[in-house]
Design a protein around this ligand. Structure first.
Ligand SMILES: [Zn+2]
Length: 68
């Protein structure tokens, strides 16, 4: 089974987005990977985690495989 970890790609704050004011967390917003990639705005933490795992990291892996 393949590891779900990918060097250089982590999702800060479990997919939560800090409120710009510094208090609390936003409900709706894009997931942002530590590499700088962003999703479209999503409405739940779980949707952001799913995007990171199933969409973003899958795309990064696919790109790594085709560049070999
Ligand atoms: Zn990334």
């Amino acid at each position: 089974m393949e590891s779900t970890r990918l060097a250089g790609h982590s999702l800060p704050n479990e997919g939560r987005i800090k409120d710009p004011s510094g208090y609390g967390w936003l409900v709706v917003g894009p997931a942002t990977c530590s590499c700088g990639a962003q999703s479209e705005p999503l409405t739940t933490d779980n949707a952001r985690k799913r995007w990171h795992r199933d969409v973003h990291k899958a795309a990064v892996r696919a790109a790594q495989e085709t560049s070999r």
